[in-house]
Write a protein that binds this ligand. Structure first.
Ligand code: MG
Length: 228
């Protein structure tokens, strides 16, 4: 059976951090730039972390500097590490996540990957809180590129190297909860599976013509059929 690469988005797809990510960003931003609520008007959904920072800087008429971004990232990681432990009402694993990852794990030809706008450490802290890190063999993160679309070939290359295979575009699946997850996959010929467990409605998602839509990840059997 041919090798297939599954690339899961994190926030809104596998888990919800309960706003821990957003809070940590706010704290880090305030500490560096002295501005409270720095990300107030910014939609973070589907965006990469560095682009979220750049948008906030632009909104406040501030200049982007590499050293500030590195400091921001360090502070963000520090605050996220503690913040994720806090009791947050919305914090949860999305329904069906564990069952699906278990089912996928039983299939040798399915490679479990991440494709996320999170910095790698951030993704690992969020998933680590829910004990999900062990499921993933590889990933592409905001550290690889701030452009989400560029992350697909990064993940494909990592998979091809570790598994010593050559993947066909249609054997790559991007699984997410936003129109941006669909849009980052399409130029590469990757297939798309979307769920409406984030803020986007079924209509928003279908407008971008995903290959598959599910309300959430609970229908393990139907989702697994896609990879058969
Ligand atoms: Mg998401």
């Amino acid at each position: 059976m041919s090798t297939k690469l599954l690339l899961f988005d994190v926030d809104g797809t596998l888990i919800h951090s309960g706003g821990a990510g957003r809070r940590a960003m706010h704290r880090a931003f305030e500490e560096i730039y002295g501005i409270e609520d720095g990300f107030k008007d910014i939609s973070m959904y589907g965006m990469t972390d560095p682009l979220i920072l750049k948008e906030a800087l632009a909104n406040h008429g501030l200049e982007w500097r590499k050293q500030d971004e590195e400091r921001f990232k360090r502070l963000y990681i520090t605050y996220l590490t503690t913040g994720i432990q806090a009791p947050l009402p919305q914090k949860r694993i999305m329904p069906g996540t564990v069952e699906l990852l278990d089912a996928v794990s039983h299939r040798e030809n399915l490679v479990r990957g991440l494709l996320t706008g999170n910095w790698e450490q951030g993704a690992k802290i969020k998933l680590g809180f829910f004990k999900l890190n062990h499921y993933f063999e590889l990933g592409a993160f905001a550290d690889d590129s701030e452009i989400r679309e560029d992350l697909v070939p990064v993940a494909v290359k990592r998979c091809e190297e570790t598994r010593e295979v050559e993947l066909k575009p249609e054997d790559v699946y991007v699984i997410g909860d936003t129109p941006l997850d669909i849009l980052c996959a399409q130029p590469h010929g990757a297939r798309t599976i979307v769920v409406a467990t984030g803020i986007h409605t079924k209509e928003d998602l279908l407008a971008e013509k995903p290959d598959h839509f599910f309300p959430d990840l609970t229908d393990t059997a139907e989702i697994m059929k896609i990879f058969s």
